[in-house]
Ligand binder design. Structure first.
Ligand SMILES: Nc1ncnc2c1ncn2[C@@H]1O[C@H](COP(=O)(O)OP(=O)(O)OP(=O)(O)O)[C@@H](O)[C@H]1O
Length: 337
């Protein structure tokens, strides 16, 4: 009985399932053997270097591209590509592509209102007002879309995608045209809205800020292959390799033995983040300081120790030509465990 209940629960929770899916263009994989599940209300980030297959994967999930291998299911029903669907795209999903496809000669409000579900004029007005506020577009409500900036258009496109509440929203670099100042506020407002409304989200991005703090799971692609798919925190704390760690920023690879850490870490190579190298005057490790960059709340410091070029961070500027440093073993062990 319990098994039956668990099985049914799993059926409900695993809304989206990608079952070893692949797409090839001219015999070359755009992505290959992607295998994952996404639960209701969860946020998945898809990251990886340019050309690794992120956009093609998103389009395939929405049903715009036919799969060459595997199957995509949503609530246990297959999602078919254009070969099997007269109207491309899946009804429970909304997709915000890199191109926005807005109606240029109508106003911001009209663009959003057109996509709301049918309701009374007062309800429509209230809903439009809600999205204008959420996306910081209130001051532009009557402006024609053709006269908006790229970032403003991108926000209208987000409003349009959300107007009729989707069960899954697919976002391809949704903040790429939006300035940093607005991006932080908007990102927070949007992801909080998705959580509140239990909307699942898949976002392809090059911005670590979209990933850390907001995505529950992360999929890492490289050369069309699935390199990792785990909880975002686990991926960051225990990166499989340097490529995976580098997607979150600059990192170091060291040989533990060269830093007298052979007994602490039983691996040939160890990936360490810049905050895990610390200036400590009492150690035997000296390094030449090759650069020191102001980063706002810290300095990024490039150092050279024997054959190792390392990057570390420090709370204040380093003027000295050489420093003594140590590897923060305690912090690394805490992260790895
Ligand atoms: N319609 C197509 N025909 C042929 N090749 C394609 C097509 N669309 C994409 N590709 C190729 O598939 C690969 C994956 O492209 P995709 O746009 O999915 O990458 P991406 O990870 O989204 O890149 P970026 O981060 O630069 O947006 C690339 O090598 C690309 O050239």
């Amino acid at each position: 009985m319990q098994t039956l209940v668990n099985h049914q629960l799993a059926k409900i929770l695993f809304m989206l399932k990608l079952n070893y899916i692949s797409v090839f263009f001219d015999g070359q994989p755009a992505f290959q053997n992607i295998n994952l599940t996404l639960n209701q209300g969860k946020n998945l980030a898809v990251i990886g270097e340019s050309g690794c297959g992120k956009s093609t994967l998103l389009k395939s999930i929405y049903g715009l591209i036919d799969l060459n291998e595997g199957e995509i299911t949503w609530k246990n029903k297959p999602i078919k590509g254009p070969k099997f669907n007269l109207i491309p795209g899946f009804k429970d999903f909304k997709f915000l592509e890199q191109e926005f496809n807005l109606m240029p000669y109508t106003s911001v409000s009209e663009n959003i209102a057109k996509h709301l579900s049918r309701q009374t004029p007062t309800e429509t007005k209230e809903k439009v007002r809600f999205f204008l506020k959420l996306l910081d577009l209130e001051h532009l409500e009557n402006k024609k879309v053709k006269n908006l900036s790229g970032g403003e258009k991108q926000r209208v496109a987000l409003g349009r995608a959300l107007a009729k509440k989707p069960e899954l929203i697919i976002l391809d670099e949704p903040f790429s045209h939006i300035d940093h100042f607005k991006k932080h506020k908007l990102r927070h407002a949007l992801f909080s809205y998705f959580k509140r409304e239990n909307i699942s989200c898949i976002i392809a991005t090059h911005d670590t800020e979209d990933v850390l703090g907001f995505s529950d799971k992360t999929l890492i692609l490289k050369d069309a292959q699935q390199i990792d798919f785990r909880e975002t925190e686990t991926i960051y704390n225990q990166p499989k390799n340097k490529y995976c760690a580098s997607l979150f920023g600059e990192v170091n690879t060291i040989i533990p033995e060269a830093f007298q850490l052979k007994h602490e870490f039983k691996t040939d190579e160890l990936i360490i983040y810049p905050n895990e190298i610390i200036i400590s005057p009492k150690t035997n490790f000296t390094a030449e300081v090759t650069d020191c960059l102001f980063k706002g709340n810290h300095y990024k410091i490039y150092i050279k120790h024997k054959q190792f070029n390392l990057v570390m961070q420090h709370h204040c500027k380093v003027e000295a030509k050489t420093i003594n440093f140590s590897i923060d073993v305690k912090a690394i062990k805490k992260r790895l465990n």
